[in-house]
Design a binder for this molecule. Sequence first.
Ligand SMILES: [Zn+2]
Ligand SMILES: [Zn+2]
Length: 311
Amino acid sequence: MFQVVFLGTSASAPSVDRGLSANLVLHRDHRFLVDCGEGTQRQLLRSGLGFRKLDTVLLTHGHLDHILGLGGLVSTFSRWESITNLSIYGGQWALERVEDLMKVVLRGGEVDIGIDLCAIHAGVIWENEAMRIAAFPVSHRGPGCYGYLFEERGHRPFLAEEADRLGVPRGPERKRLVQGESVTLADGAVIAPDQVLGEEIRGARLVHVGDAGRTDNLLEVCRDADALIIEATYLDNEAEMAERFGHLTARQAAELAAAAGVGCLFLVHISRRYSERDVAREARAIHPNTIVPRDLDHYTISRGAVERVET
Ligand SMILES: [Zn+2]
Ligand SMILES: [Zn+2]
């Protein structure tokens, strides 16, 4: 199960109600900050989650409304927080801009923090025994824009009845079978894992796209995702403008979600030009399970289910 806390859901400039792009994705003990617009520090504090264990940042692209908050965050980490190292993943162009920003922040050596700028390409960029994150290219203005697929590893359920039938005793033998090892029983029979493990059940899948100018190249990665977080900067009546600036309309985002069989669609990067209700209405006509989250909204994403966490 993943958790998502929407920290900033406004497009380009903040509004009274919405901060600039930043979302926190949580999985067990791990926290991933996706983008870090100006004002993200305060949103982290307001969310109640704070800065703890926040050592990994994933950037969708290098536009200022997605990266400017890194300056303040690094400054705070280096002076008052226990975080001594920050890994920032992104495309080459985004990282060059972050490097320029860090020159200002780190100038004079008063800031003491290790910063790893990790240039990414399409493919797995982070993984552990329970989940992995894969980057995939996104078309927006400028080179090196990426989205991120968060995917829990699948597992094969242990078929206890089958193990009983085969005479596998309860205890360490069963544990070894689950771990993929064959075991030899007291009567000499060898039991292989395949005999007592069912078909693989996939884990939760969450796709996070930042700003995007087209959706045809996102269809495959979004296929059957439990949740998709994607921008909807414009409405259909300004589709021409969306195209000119490399952004999506709510309609386009919803059409992608519907075509890909996405469970729940979250629309972010909301322009001050529109009401939240109009954005939701346009998308829901095509993909009924659409949410336009507000800053600090918190959701859990499991296989086949998205639920709101009341805070
Ligand atoms: Zn943006
Ligand atoms: Zn952008």
